[in-house]
Design a protein around this ligand. Structure first.
Ligand code: ADQ
Length: 480
């Protein structure tokens, strides 16, 4: 029986080790949810890194963990500390991530890290080939594995390969500055179908293929050697029911309320509003900008002092990379300065949490907030914006969303802003805080309808259906 092999940098599970024992638990991220049914189907497997560097393990323990991971239908790619440092923290997060998010000045191109990126993509290829049988389909995810499609195609030309990029694909003018631009494109072109969140990313990719590789592109198809490669956009959705139902449960909650929820509720009243932002602590998410814009708002609309509070959750991320450490320091300082500037005995304008929170606290935050402020400088999609909308069970609430997030392309009913314009920001916040309930409900209703229809499972289905079509047309061409 043919199977689908999913490949991503990390496996959808968490391995924790204590002394000589270990635990393997499934993780609950968006991708894991979307792929749940694909992964569960038949002999489907997921290939990726377990999160534990090989150097940290005794060989017997490593074997035991691998076998436990196998029980979850996953196969781990063994990576060393050096691999992680050079391929993941290095090339992926210091070269590709900033460049693809238009932070050119942050991009650091090191030959040694490029070599590690190639080496680790090869390691992934080996594990894929070991697990591949004729007729299988492979779906590769994201920027850490851009070379993998071609590495598989070289060895197994008949395999149907899909690739999805979760971050933006930058415009040609940015991408052309990349030292290994041809190698990256060649790697991606090993796929039969390439998927992006938005039409713009798709267009940018096609433009780079045309101008750098000088290939023929017709509409959304690329002729490459004797193959036709299809490129399309598939905006990723969320597990709508999970968020909506959790919020419904929250509404008629008979269980004890969390401390966080009690604290939040103390601050909700007719004339007091909570404004929420949730992000990974990443410079692409526009956190310092947002804080400065909030200061601008309080300076220009002083009547809102003591009436609004920004609840800002920043989840620690990539804290070994210097730019992330700098961002953390900058954020701490800004929050301190602005709280110092405006606070009164009974009011602090910004509540800042730098930590990860369990799902039920996330729901506490979503459901208690009157406005969500999602203002990345650049973001492939942004699922937080969608999750906030899904939890609006009463239809109230306003989403302020950056035009630079992929999600803005399908969320026109949000208040869309340019995150670099403090004026735009302040005016939209004022508009959100004074928006009549009926208008809020109309906007939320439209957004919810779309999110419910095109949820993450549908996203995965559509991608795989489209991939299946490329397989069928390949077969037709062979038999013609
Ligand atoms: P991310 O940059 O990680 O993803 P995002 O799309 O916002 O960004 O997803 C974050 C996810 O983490 C959300 O599902 C959210 O619920 C969860 N989360 C946030 N805070 C949390 C917390 N404290 N505890 C637990 N979970 C938390 C990349 C791209 C995005 C793209 C996604 C999916 O950068 O642009 O939308 O992949 O393709």
């Amino acid at each position: 029986m043919n199977k689908t092999i999913i490949v991503s940098n990390r496996l959808p599970l968490q391995v924790s080790i204590q002394d000589n024992s270990f635990k393997v638990v499934p993780s609950v991220g968006g991708l894991a949810t979307g792929m749940k049914s694909v992964h569960a189907e038949g002999n489907g497997i997921w290939i990726g890194w377990s999160g534990i560097p090989e150097n940290d393990l005794r060989p017997e323990l490593s074997d035991e963990i691998d076998s436990k991971i196998r029980d979850e239908k996953c196969v781990s790619v063994p990576l060393t500390n050096e691999d992680i440092e050079e391929y993941y923290e290095g090339f992926s997060n210091r070269a590709l991530w900033p460049l693809f998010h238009y932070f050119m000045e942050y991009s650091n191109f090191e030959q040694k890290e490029w070599e590690a990126y190639k080496r680790v993509n090869e390691k992934f290829a080996e594990v894929v080939i070991d697990n591949l049988e004729d007729g299988d389909t492979v779906w590769v995810h994201d920027y850490q594995l851009l070379l993998l499609p071609q590495l598989i195609k070289d060895r197994k030309p008949n395999t149907t390969i899909g690739f999805f990029l979760h971050i933006p694909f930058p415009s040609y003018e940015i991408f052309r500055t990349f030292p290994w631009r041809e190698e990256i494109l060649t790697g991606m072109l090993g796929a039969d179908l390439l998927g992006f969140h938005t039409y713009d990313y798709e267009r940018h990719f096609l433009s780079s293929v045309k101008r750098i590789m000088r290939l023929e592109v017709q509409f959304n198809e690329i002729s490459y050697h004797d193959r036709i490669i299809k490129v399309d956009s598939f905006p990723m959705g969320i597990d709508y029911d999970k968020f909506h139902n959790a919020a419904l449960e929250h509404d008629n909650d008979s269980e004890e309320k969390s401390d966080l929820r009690k604290r939040l509720e103390e601050h909700i009243s007719e004339d007091k509003k909570l404004i929420l932002s949730i992000d990974r602590m990443d410079y692409t998410k526009g956190i310092p900008n947002r804080i400065k814009a909030f200061e601008y708002f309080l300076d220009n609309y002083p009547e809102y002092k003591e009436k609004v509070r920004l609840v800002m959750l920043a989840v620690p991320s990539r804290s070994n990379v210097p730019q992330y450490q700098k961002l953390k320091r900058e954020t701490d300082e800004l929050v301190g300065r602005i709280n110092g500037k405006f606070a009164t005995v009974s009011w602090t304008p910004i509540w800042y949490f730098y930590r990860s929170m369990p799902f039920n606290n996330l729901i506490d935050l979503y459901t208690s907030s009157d406005v969500a402020l999602i203002t990345p400088i650049r973001d492939g999609m942004n699922l937080v914006a969608k999750e906030y909308v899904a939890t609006r069970t009463k239809g109230n609430g306003v989403l302020i969303l950056s035009e630079m997030a992929g999600a803005s392309k399908e969320m026109n009913e949000a208040l869309l802003i340019n995150p670099n314009s403090y004026e735009d920001f302040a005016n939209s916040l004022k508009r959100a805080l004074t928006m009549p309930l009926e208008e809020q409900q109309t906007r939320i209703k439209f957004l919810q309808k779309r999110l419910k229809r095109y949820d993450v499972e549908k996203w995965a289905d559509e991608f795989l259906k489209s991939l299946e079509d490329t397989k069928n047309s390949k077969n037709e061409n062979v038999t013609k």
